[in-house]
Design a protein around this ligand. Sequence first.
Ligand SMILES: [Zn+2]
Length: 293
Amino acid sequence: MFNKARTKPASAALLLPVVLFMTFCGFKGEERPSEETERDIHKKVLTVDSHCDTPLHIVDKNLDMGDRHGSDWETGCKIDLPRMKEGGLDAAFFVAYVGQEGRDPEGYREGYERANLLIDAIHQMCEDYPDSVELATTPEDAYRLEKQGKRAIYIGMENGYPIGKDLSLISEFYDRGVRYITLCHGCDNDICDSSTDRAHPRDDGLSEFGKRVVAECNRMGIMVDLSHASDQSFFDVLDVSKAPVRMGFPNQKELDLVGFYFRLNRAPTTIRLTSFHGEADLSVSARNRGHGA
Ligand SMILES: [Zn+2]
């Protein structure tokens, strides 16, 4: 299904891996590899989970990531340091997910504080377990840490809502380690419209402020994540972004949109994926996946 051509690892943070995308590959006309082969591949490659909501469990349930927890949502979580090691997960984006409240100064302040609380928790975890994990901000960090037997912890921010209308906060979050921002979540915000805001069904896409957010993310080296974005937001961002964008937890619809966009532009319906390990061509098909927490 995909032809792997080894190239130099991507040097820019903007080209962080989409290794997970490869899990979407089917095996058209080929036998699925044995589980042993799959485990072998898993051991050899640098594995990255591009979206873990785990920090909200650290903050809201006071879970210690050094302990092994149950996986139920109410009392446990799906990811902790012992299970990252057992499962051979080399790197993960720990996410500061911020639910959306009012689009007013008080709401923005609370969103900003919540984002920072979650980022604080990620930093604290890295300080508490220096032998197991380290905060990572570049692709090279993951290779370095893998050699040291440590997990690389990247930071993503799910929802641009904590930025409110203050563009300067993007560089502030960058300085705190954030390397991707999911522009919106379940509701429209000042950056763009969401795919699931039932109260505002009209799809206005990316706002003028949102265009400046994308430009600032491009300038800083923060990946723009289009998960949760509306169709129009998706196309608007692709039109203005100067850097590759990401979809951290795409479903069939989002990958269909990618295929549609490529067809509109008279390009093949194949996506060229850049990863830590090179490049791969991937046909546009996927299973719907949830995201880990
Ligand atoms: Zn999430």
